[in-house]
Write a new protein. Sequence first.
Length: 194
Amino acid sequence: MEKRLSTPLSQEDVRSLRAGDRVLLSGTVYTARDAAHLRMMACIEQNRPLPFELEGQVIYYAGPTPTPPGRVIGSIGPTTSTRMDAATPALLARGLRGMIGKGSRGAAVLEAMEQYGAVYFAAVGGAAALMAQCVTGCEVIAWDDLGPESVKRLTLRDLPLIVAADAYGADAFAQGQQAYLQSVEARKTTGEPG
């Protein structure tokens, strides 16, 4: 069963989710990749305002391709999330409630998610054109000079996601790896071919 959520996310929304849950996300999210995260960190260090209020918001680690004629946005697949790990705890401390990307997260991010109450969603890599169909609005709001890596405000309708890590410290990537290793070990002890 899929859970339907809309942004901004509340603590109650986040606390209702568990690693492995399927979610359809609607509402406003913001794109930001490596270059935008560097600039956001510079804003924090220099006590300047960020391009959007973080409280309850979700960042999608994506840089869409050019928009084809008659479309809202080009393909918009997730990028590898660990590239944003260095900046993530500081953003979570300022109210960021969710992130969308691909791949696992580092220990410091998982600890900060548990501390501040946040969720990490995994989007399916390789389905960028299909994911673009869930975007009903797109507007550049900061750092247009970064091109595809500029910060964009997206409006989503039912973007399909998986909770990869929850606010309780559970990590679907680690759980999947552990289950696999246990099944391999069980086959070894029973003599089943692996």
